[in-house]
Design a binder for this molecule. Sequence first.
Ligand SMILES: Cc1cc2nc3c(=O)[nH]c(=O)nc-3n(C[C@H](O)[C@H](O)[C@H](O)COP(=O)(O)OP(=O)(O)OC[C@H]3O[C@@H](n4cnc5c(N)ncnc54)[C@H](O)[C@@H]3O)c2cc1C
Length: 496
Amino acid sequence: MSSKETKKDVILIGAGIMSATLGTILKELDPTITIKVFEKLDKAGEESSNEWNNAGTGHAALCELNYTSEKEDGTVDISKAVNVNEQFQISRQFWSYLVEKNLLNHPEQFIMPLPHMSMVQGADNVEFLRRRHAAMSAHPLFKGMEFAEDEATLQEWIPLIMDGRTSPEPIAATKIDYGTDVNFGALTRMLFDNLEKQGVQIQYNSTVKDVKRAEDGRWEVKVVSGDGKLAYHNADFTFLGAGGGSLHLLQKTGIPESKHIGGFPVSGLFLVCNKEEVVNKHYAKVYGKAAVGAPPMSVPHLDTRFIDNKRALLFGPFAGFSPKFLKTGSNMDLISSVKPNNVFTMLAAGAKEMSLTKYLVQQLMLSKDQRIEELRDFVPTAKAEDWDVVVAGQRVQVIKDTDKGGKGTLQFGTEVVTAEDGSVAALLGASPGASTAVKVMFDVIGKCFPEQMPQWESKLKEMVPSYGKKLADHPELLEELHEATAKTLKLDQPLS
Ligand SMILES: Cc1cc2nc3c(=O)[nH]c(=O)nc-3n(C[C@H](O)[C@H](O)[C@H](O)COP(=O)(O)OP(=O)(O)OC[C@H]3O[C@@H](n4cnc5c(N)ncnc54)[C@H](O)[C@@H]3O)c2cc1C
């Protein structure tokens, strides 16, 4: 199909937050588009997007230390943090638009206000955090960030972390009050409910087995339903939003862009506490520093979570290794993703990432007592009986050949792979993940619907008033939008 033709028939594979977001945006841009969704499980949002399978952090770089780095001259580079924050601003505006249009009701069921903090221990780290705070609090996107190293303030901010602390090491924290906890599972389900009401067909218990280009250039999707029935569906545009399953489907398309890409699965565990007297002593997401040699996704954090109208505490993640690409995947996932075109990329990554593999295996071998010991770094008074282990989702990190990193470089970000004619797109990778779904899906639309973009621009600006602008360069607009979205999303948090 030529990219000049209108893409009216759309297939979304997978019912996670990414497909939910893409379907919602497309329906807003063109209500006449027909969309079919195929999901292998019996509900939406059951894999990584599920509330218990991810940490629910509205990643806006308000607390994650891995989004800043120290330059050789000792100054702190905050450019990555600015970029992540800009992406979250887009999500905030879009969700706010959906609430205003009554397409999403009860925002408190999917987003809650929660202070975001970074916490470090040790003199060097405290010094770094002080410099980091100076750089960040001077930037409009991080206005109002506070820094504290005195015991009285820390006791007030993080009593559970300070109680029973005997270590003589200095400790410091930064705090921003306008962070969020997002229930991406609830959001996904709400978006799909809404899509169904708009006539989108969602077929659950339906696994996509193949994605092939038909003779007319459209995509033919082979689907096996729960009762074993086989069906073929055609689309002008197909989105592979299958989470960890996207790489296998991308490989099946055979497009040149699918070559020389591999995936490396990293599993995750959290410790969860539901004991009221412990839960009530902590009210924040507190991100620490990753251990030396640990990958960025294993930064330890202690989070207040709001799930099913209840408050809980989550600590982790503990990384681990499993060959599955989905929590409900197969032990053959990793092996079957190795193809003649990516075998050298994968082997190169294997040789380069020995220390990561060793780290993951060590993490996997930890007993519950050892995990509780790690938790005590955060919560010195933690009792093993108050905390349960829960298995989180799988992340499949992308491996590809890059100019900077060379053959087989492990990527920690989100990657969108599209065919040259924009008729198929796949979302790979995990971080910053669900928080940036709206920006990432805008990118997909920009690449795959270039002909429609001029006529869609005004609608895109209605959905996201800062569309095409960097809020960092427009502090007045930032203030205005922050206030408006806080009101609509019931976040009630001033930008200071
Ligand atoms: C431990 C952990 C912590 C995280 N923490 C955060 C966080 O704090 N904040 C944040 O923003 N992000 C976080 N993320 C990332 C975030 O969860 C993901 O980026 C996001 O949920 C991915 O959404 P998705 O729609 O691409 O995939 P998923 O939610 O995994 O959905 C994919 C769907 O596709 C279906 N599927 C797969 N194969 C097929 C097939 N062949 N046919 C039909 N259906 C198929 C699956 O069943 C699934 O329902 C975290 C992830 C993990 C694992």
